[in-house]
Design a protein around this ligand. Sequence first.
Ligand code: NAG
Ligand code: NAG
Ligand code: NAG
Ligand code: NAG
Ligand code: NAG
Ligand code: NAG
Ligand code: NAG
Ligand code: NAG
Length: 618
Amino acid sequence: MRHEFPWLWKVETRRLLWLLGLTFAIVVTFQYIELPYAISSLFSSSKIPISRNSTSLLRDGEHQNVNLTPAMAPSFSLSNSTLTDPGGDDEEVEVDQIYDSSGNATSPAISPTAFPPLNPSPVKENATAPAASAKAPTALPDLKPSVVKENATAPVASAKAPAALPDLSPPPVKENVTMPTTSQGQRRNPTKTEVVRFVPEVKEKEKTPDSGVMSISEMSKQLRQNRISHNRLAKKPKWVTKPDLELLQAKYEIENAPIDDKDPLLYAPLYRNVSTFKRSYELMEKMLKVYVYKEGDRPIMHSPILRGIYASEGWFMKIMESNDNKFVTKDAAKAHLFYLPFSSRMLEVRLYVQDSHSHRNLIKYLKDYIDFISVKYPFWNRTSGADHFLAACHDWAPSETRKHFAKSIRALCNSDVKEGFIFGKDTSLPETFVRDPKKPLSNIGGKSASRRPLLAFFAGKPDHGYLRPILLSYWGNNKDPDLKIFGKLPRTKGNKNYLQFMKTSKYCICAKGFEVNSPRVVEAIFYDCVPVIISDNFVPPFFEVFNWESFALFVPEKDIPNLKKILMSIPERRYRQMQMRVKKVQKHFLWHVKPEKYDMFHMILHSVWFNRVFQISV
Ligand SMILES: *[C@@H]1O[C@H](CO)[C@@H](O)[C@H](O)[C@H]1NC(C)=O
Ligand SMILES: *[C@@H]1O[C@H](CO)[C@@H](O)[C@H](O)[C@H]1NC(C)=O
Ligand SMILES: *[C@@H]1O[C@H](CO)[C@@H](O)[C@H](O)[C@H]1NC(C)=O
Ligand SMILES: *[C@@H]1O[C@H](CO)[C@@H](O)[C@H](O)[C@H]1NC(C)=O
Ligand SMILES: *[C@@H]1O[C@H](CO)[C@@H](O)[C@H](O)[C@H]1NC(C)=O
Ligand SMILES: *[C@@H]1O[C@H](CO)[C@@H](O)[C@H](O)[C@H]1NC(C)=O
Ligand SMILES: *[C@@H]1O[C@H](CO)[C@@H](O)[C@H](O)[C@H]1NC(C)=O
Ligand SMILES: *[C@H]1O[C@H](CO)[C@@H](O)[C@H](O)[C@H]1NC(C)=O
């Protein structure tokens, strides 16, 4: 028959194709128009480890226990807000104070992302409202029709059916959408790669030599290399200022620091080079001056959030902008550094259009800000931003700042070698989970080394990222009585359960969630527990300064099956030494309402200073 009526065959084929096309078109249209969730469930196959955009979404989505506190100025004297029990899970932040542009607290309903992805049905029709209300006309042009479409197609909130999405993604925009950067490349689930479209302008830059896992010693090597190569290649400023010369002098003095490893406040084994650190810190105290830009509208600029898992950017901002900060100068001609006081968390809260999968407007907001100050003042252009810095803790901050802050010093919680972190320029900002901003030190400490009966402890949402399911499958469910590895712990009053485990375990497992960073690292130190970091390519905080391997363990992700063996192989003596060092290093990881010498605030500022000093060229 085929031979006899070839045309018929052709017709059939054509019809078949046509039918297929029609079906496809219907599906696409269907998705565009409505019922994204219905469709999503149609296509949903398995639970897929989430990719970045949704990751962060989910993460934010978990801020469900939002308790409104009375309106209050961004101040340390918080009114007695009710704290929900965080249940021992980092991502569960309770109160994020959210400010409107006047500085007044507003309902968190303003942030669509503040609601959990679990019940996607009540889609917020007014989801765009925050963007509109945020004083950011710059955001509006970005709400292109294409974006809107993307938005509708994407039932991401449910974290389902990513497999179906790639086919449906329309050619979104005029600008070129560069496909997932390194970070996706290394992610294990290929389906995720397809869907991630939201970091459009970011070009892949830094790839590690083997594109695989970078060990801590390789990171140190990279740091040293970058220092050297920077000295050779550094771009000169357009003109030289007095502060440049002072920095040059500081560099010389630090490089020639007198050997001093006997300072009782600085326990030498913790540091890469305690003499260098000591001298650098002294010089910072003596000479550093920072100019803080006053420009920028609240709440994205100048509105610190002091509570929750993104609190470190808020605390840093709060202290930098306080009146009695001796490092601040109003005279820009005297400044060695320029601080850009923005909150990556507020940027997301105010400008991210839910389900849009686009950061373009967030990036543009920052770009517009830079354009503004670079026209108004000569400082940015002088060094292309090399003497400017920011501190940002939100998951998206690396991609948001990668392009337009390429020369600037970025203190980032999400300090991922695969997301463009540049050793010697950028610095790793500690992620801290502040539960009560009035009492950031409550419950500090734990049992002594000899009174820690449990070998190891972990608790955290099991569906955060690809790693935790692996950890739980090997060690969860009490598979081994020595290892207390849980999903989410049941809630208890005052979070006692979680704290008790941290205070009575020898090792506290800090397994990555969606991103490399976890508040558990600082938490472990806080409770005198030796951190065990399972998060490949994570650059630990203050990497320039600390010899991390002297007080923490780094277990490659692939070694999770051997976790117990690895922990058991550490001699008791070595464990005690590490635990003692954890207690010694603790002071560097504490927030004080009034900053103290060597505390977290000073350490962050020091790392920025240190990196600037070693990048100075005239
Ligand atoms: C709240 O704090 C204020 C001042 O700190 C105090 O006077 C008031 O009694 C507190 N209210 C509650 C309900 O704790
Ligand atoms: C903040 O809210 C108060 C009370 O609602 C209002 O009186 C005040 O004007 C607001 N502040 C600003 C800056 O809008
Ligand atoms: C949402 O939008 C609808 C229609 O635009 C409006 O009537 C309603 O008041 C809005 N709701 C909120 C909370 O803004
Ligand atoms: C995003 O999706 C929501 C719900 O479908 C819709 O109301 C909103 O207009 C969309 N926003 C954009 C920018 O598309
Ligand atoms: C977009 O990509 C095309 C081809 O890859 C390139 O020719 C064009 O210059 C790019 N446009 C922009 C704005 O980058
Ligand atoms: C620390 O740095 C100083 C100054 O550069 C140097 O003299 C000393 O040898 C270094 N110490 C160690 C242990 O590397
Ligand atoms: C800085 O450079 C930008 C772009 O090159 C330019 O528009 C701006 O006017 C410059 N700023 C100053 C103060 O010259
Ligand atoms: C963003 O979020 C969704 C959720 O996973 C995820 O599927 C998608 O891969 C991510 N990419 C984009 C664009 O979001």
